[in-house]
Design a binder for this molecule. Structure first.
Ligand code: DGP
Length: 215
């Protein structure tokens, strides 16, 4: 492979968009191709901060909206150095959710957009964020939501609205190439093919160095 640098690719999406399935399939495909690849899930529930987030999401603890927002951000910051290190040494880091979910979910609860964006300023900027969208009809046909906090129809509607604003802000600040929207209504294989087509150029010819989010 010509380029030594890896890449940083983020997947975002509404619940039931098949995001985790697609992330898993992509990681497996890259491994089969002999690429160094690492999956980074956010929230990373394995750290101490991640444990607090996990308890909150399962409604085993209550936290003020600002506090949990800052914990989600802190959880990303504690993984930031490892992402930069891995990408610069040739690894493709695939993240399942990132700072864009941070804004969309917290703003959907009523916190201001700017407040939600601030604590993530300076985190590694993904080379590309792939946002999986789902039509309301297909979402409804995929069955009930899970049991965690936020997994209600009303909340998901507000999150979808906020993601539209997040997409606009990302394109305005970082350029159109940083954000791709892929319709996830199709079969697993169809969506997988669309994703592969979209991210192949990013993997083959990554930029010189990682930028900083929101700067
Ligand atoms: P997941 O493990 O992908 O199911 O994500 C856990 C839940 O947490 C999901 O409903 C999305 C939400 N979430 C992810 N990141 C953030 C964040 O930074 N802030 C807030 N408020 N919610 C988030």
């Amino acid at each position: 492979m010509a380029n030594q640098r890896g890449a940083f690719i983020v997947f975002e999406g509404l619940d039931r968009s098949g995001k985790s399935t697609q992330v898993g399939a992509l990681v497996a495909r890259l491994q089969r191709e002999g690429r160094k690849v690492r999956l980074q899930k956010f929230p990373d529930r394995t750290t101490r901060i991640g444990g607090m987030i996990d308890a909150y999401l399962q409604s085993k603890s209550e936290l003020d909206d600002h506090s949990i927002h800052l914990l989600f951000s802190a959880n990303r910051w504690e993984c930031a150095n490892a992402i930069e290190r891995d990408v610069s040494s040739g690894t493709i880091v695939i993240a399942d959710r990132y700072a864009f979910s941070g804004i969309a979910f917290s703003a959907a609860k009523g916190l201001s957009f700017q407040y939600c964006l601030n604590p993530d300023t300076g985190l590694p900027l993904p080379d590309r964020t792939v946002y999986l969208t789902l039509s309301p009809e297909v979402a409804a046909s995929r069955g009930a939501y899970g049991e965690e906090r936020y997994e209600t129809l009303e909340m998901q509607k507000r999150v979808r609205e906020q993601f539209t604003l997040v997409a606009e802000e990302t394109r305005r600040r970082h350029g159109d190439d940083r954000w791709a929207e892929i319709n996830a209504d199709g079969t697993v294989e169809e969506v997988e093919a669309l994703i592969w087509e979209n991210i192949q150029p990013v993997i083959m010819e990554p930029l010189q160095c990682l930028g900083k989010l929101w700067t």
